[in-house]
Design a protein around this ligand. Sequence first.
Ligand code: FAD
Ligand code: FES
Ligand code: FES
Length: 1313
Amino acid sequence: MTLLTYLRRKLGLTGTKLGCAEGGCGACTVMVSRYQTHTQQLLHYAVNACLAPLCSLHLVAVTTVEGIGSVARKLHPVQERIARAHGSQCGFCTPGIVMSMYALLRNNPTPKMADVEEAFQGNLCRCTGYRPILEGYKTFTVEGGCCGGKGRENGCCMANGNGAEKSSEEDTNEATPLFTATDFAPFDPTQEVIFPPELMSLTKGQRSGSLCFRGDRAVWLQPDSLDEFLRLKWEHPDARVVVGNTEVGIEVKFKNMVYPVILAPAFIPELNTVTHTEDGVVFGAACTLSHMGAVLKEMVKTLPPHQNEVFLAVLEQLRWFAGLQIRNVAAVGGNIMTASPISDLNPVFMAAGCKLTLMDKDGSRVVQMDDSFFTGYRKTTLRPQEVLLSIEIPYSKKNQFVSAFKQSPRREDDISIVTAAMSVTITPGTDVVEDLGLSYGGMAATTVLAKKTASRLLGRRWGEGLLEEACSSLAEEMTLDPSAPGGMVTYRQTLTLSLFYKFYLMVLQKLRAQGVNVAEVGADCLSAAEIYHPETPSSVQIYQAVPEGRSQDDAVGRPMMHLSALKQATGEAVYCDDVPLYENELYLALVTSSKAHANILSIDSSAAEQMPGVVCCVFADDIPGSNATGPIVYDETVIARHQVTCVGHIIGAVVADTQLHAQRAAKAVRIQYEELPAVVTIQEAIAAQSFYQPIRTIQKGDLEVGFKQADHILEGEMHIGGQEHFYLETNVTLAVPRGEDGEMEVFASTQSASKTQSLVAKALGVPANRVVVRVKRMGGGFGGKESRTTVLSTVVAVAANKLKRPVRCMLDRDEDMLITGGRHPFYGKYKVGFLNSGKVVALDVSYYSNTGNSMDLSLSVLERALFHMENSYSVANVRGRGYLCRTNLPSNTAFRGFGGPQGMMVTESWMNDVAQSLGKPSEEVRRLNLYVEGELTPYNQILDQFTLDRCWDECLSRSVYQERRAAVDLYNRQNRWTKRGLAIVPTKFGISFTAVFLNQAGALAHIYTDGSVLLTHGGTEMGQGLHTKMVQVASRVLGIPCSKIHISETSTNTVPNTSPTAASASSDLNGAAVQNACETLMKRLEPYKTKNPKGTWEDWVKAAYFDRVNLSANGFYKTPDLGYDFDSNSGRAFNYFSYGVACSEVEIDCLTGAHRNLSTTIVMDVGHSLNPAIDIGQVEGAFMQGLGLFTLEELHYSPQGVLLTRGPGSYKIPAFGDIPTQLTVSLLRDAPNDKAIFASKAVGEPPLFLAASVFYAIKDAISAARVESGISGPFRLDSPASAERIRNACSDRFTKLCPPAEPGTFRPWSVQV
Ligand SMILES: Cc1cc2nc3c(=O)[nH]c(=O)nc-3n(C[C@H](O)[C@H](O)[C@H](O)COP(=O)(O)OP(=O)(O)OC[C@H]3O[C@@H](n4cnc5c(N)ncnc54)[C@H](O)[C@@H]3O)c2cc1C
Ligand code: FES
Ligand code: FES
């Protein structure tokens, strides 16, 4: 059992969250404290509770988020500051982040910002964009306690908003603080909870004793001496050794491995000692990576530099090795013995010739860590009875140079694509190679040495000739099969050369520094040899403060903290899976298809039903009502009966007493399939003409005339990959039968309470009035919980109905990713006609979306893509067509932006092509084509109250665009292997559901006799702060402080027939409904106010009550004048538009494809903001999600339609380190919107697309790199602009040596869907 399961299920401590169960998200972070007897030290460290075996925690104190403070008792400053700094939106990541910070402060009460950033390497947040978290926690750091001193010249952030390094003085002076740090409770490290004295005395007095824990499938043996360990290993040669469990834990959880005997040697002194020898330093195999790092860091401080080369290489690899929580428990021996081909340390150990001491009961032997040590995929020469005792890492010698490299999709906490270490010894006083070790990970089934290349280079001089020979030799030696697992074959091969080139430059520099006569590294190449060091980000937020003199009770327009933020920071906020267990509750696990398209021949659940704890299985026949389901058309099954149409299609479920039992049994259900041909990719669908109907068209003007008028016509295409929502809280439902009249209560994490209600009722065959759906809050939604949640909720309700017992299911992260679909991948094809000036006069564009195996919301998503096909540009003659590709992938669905971002991404691609083909600055061409007030969109909607031009001009000036452009061009002239790029991109986003009937909302407000108000409305809270805004609205209308108003939850029995909380319109719709309800109440109270003008709110309420006035009112709102008709291309599609502009600057490493987000300036029109803190949070969060979409997040599917990326280990969302180094967000001033509540505007989705500025800045940088190779003009760059795509596009002498295999001649590991 893991610590997390124990905390949540046995102790009911639900503050610690489950986000992934694989150590990749940090939601489960707790602090572990241990008294180390041999050093007499008390150690505090953050760990992932999801990977910590409970058995490993003997004599250990565990501190959870509940243990450090609570709203009721007293908040810990770490909890208070993240909340008040607006660093908690949905709050699901917050306890983990709080505990990472807390553990840091326990060890170091005065940290630097760099320490804070390191502490968060293993924590993810999908909502906030990270900036406010760092901002809040800066207040604990030494560098000025706030803005790191950076803002000082313009005033400190504590007094003056948040400072920015290079932002204009104007920005900093305009910035108004979103929080006041001086209000924070002081942090007093002496007040922390002490290590339990009983544990201390138990640990001190403990006679070393071995431990043995027995479970139903495994026995955990914890020997206390080396001898016993060796004896046990002798007796149980198949026993699994476990230290940090960061590898074994994953094998057990995700690879179904069962290890009956586990040996846990973590506390054996010999395995933990560090010994300094003549040749180097010896680490016991159980030394944690954090400990090893700390020791090496100390050593490099004191040793002569030439001895440190290997140590520095190890430290370089450790810098980017997992997150701190993992490094705190993972052992060096565990990394070696896992023998992973992408281990980051093994290449260094191999290149440096480290020695391993292996031992069994009869003695020990020392082996060299070379390629004979690894005998195959995850295999070593270790004999079954042997264990690894220690590793010796040698000092480097004079004239030995060592470097290590790691290239991964994301810098922080990511596994390598290619990892390498290189060591060369040069004959003293010369430039002749005496010894060379080149070691690579990620290029074969094991870590390998490029022996042939190394031997060819022996005796050669370190110069251009050697480089050429090395490259051609490596290209021959480091080959990969085009079908190799992991894909990216050309990229990986190119990396082996590119990394060698970096090493070559580094060594040249060092040799020259020693006075050896080698070629000088040209100034333009210096940046290629630099080691990446992150910079602490700085930021500015600018918004219009409420006019002076406005009542303090009127919260509208003020940066009020999210109402649940404090509870979220203490772990007291209750999410669906935190609802305490019912006494007779059961757990459900899904049985899903492993085939993309197949007939089901048979289902055999007999073995599963015999397994411990299993109560029953649920299949299609158990559905009392209808098995047909779907949010708009019923084209899906609740449970497949005869045929499956995607991998992950639900075939049944197993219900058992615990999650573990249910999940184990679900794996034992046997299904026989008859496979059918599957369509997986958009291109396959186009070839097979596999489309859903209708095919949509929007057309305006005359294309033929337009193209005739054009001076130039160009054609192009682009693919935009899909995106996983990665809400930190996965899908979860608890269904509780009420025992009477078919009543069922469903607790769900859903954006669509009413849709869940109607689909559950349909499946159960009962009227909707028997089903109550309740949503307290979600740990993130982003569209992923708009429709796909019903799939799980319905199955859980069917099981609860069958058994008449409460049934719960929270999907594991891998199941959630597999089953619930995501953002639609899009393929766009365009033909664009334009004048010499750059003015676009004709556009013919076709969009193809990968819809998946059901319609879901895909038609509306596609329509929105079409509605955004011109983004913000006026094009007189235009035709857009949209095709829904029917494929055998899980149904894709709503995702923040709802097709808009994909639609606009293609627009920006042709806009970029136009500028590039004319050789004109892209911002000039964009500006030329921008709409102006009063123009018509292709769907004939007039653009009034148009603010985009203002946003554009403000963004140009705030980003100091022209100076930046000049600086970028200069940089690019001066640097060959790193290039900078700049782009400014606008967005125009239509606000309203395109399905007209959804543009309605209801609210219900009760005033109780004590004056308190209970408010309910149709929207759900998923972190976006909707409830907070609704309370602000009610507070203004009722004229009472927010503290008197409470929102408890969203439920179908208070406000019926609600629209999903989606389309960014929830504040508009529900806000107006709340206003309506509150105004009704105010009308009723009016006579009592008039009668007693000096009275209080409570007086009026009481008077009205005694006068028998109804103090409950409902409110309703529908957006007026909506209704677009595709056939006639008329009618209003949107209520209004939100506008924004962003300018981003990036730097790419042309050799590795890595990039850095240097700066982003966003100007966003949100009307009169209801709550600037929440709105800026939405802008930043959406921007970071877009950044993930366009630069990082890649879903890999096998050609057979199996999703290969099913967790944070393989699917990378942006982390703390991905924030632009400078981030400025400005909310446009004086831009009231008369079409929404209190002149505000929608904000949830519109800013997401602004991250396209980063993509096009990258494209700009790549163009600069291509110019170096003599290539100019438009080129295709698909999204995301991953490191692989960037590297491959920067074609140069190294890429030429690694040509890609001919498409069609091999079966790739993954396909572009
Ligand atoms: C989120 C996450 C991120 C990660 N990031 C990285 C990364 O960036 N780079 C990287 O290289 N790896 C990474 N890993 C892999 C893993 O953390 C490392 O391999 C780690 O060093 C394993 O150590 P451990 O103590 O946790 O191993 P365990 O899981 O306890 O054991 C791993 C294996 O080693 C064997 N073993 C351990 N000690 C001995 C011994 N003394 N004698 C014989 N056999 C032994 C075990 O039997 C087992 O097979 C990551 C893992 C996770 C979960
Ligand atoms: S749940 Fe433990 S790291 Fe994600
Ligand atoms: S607030 Fe971080 S995941 Fe939602």
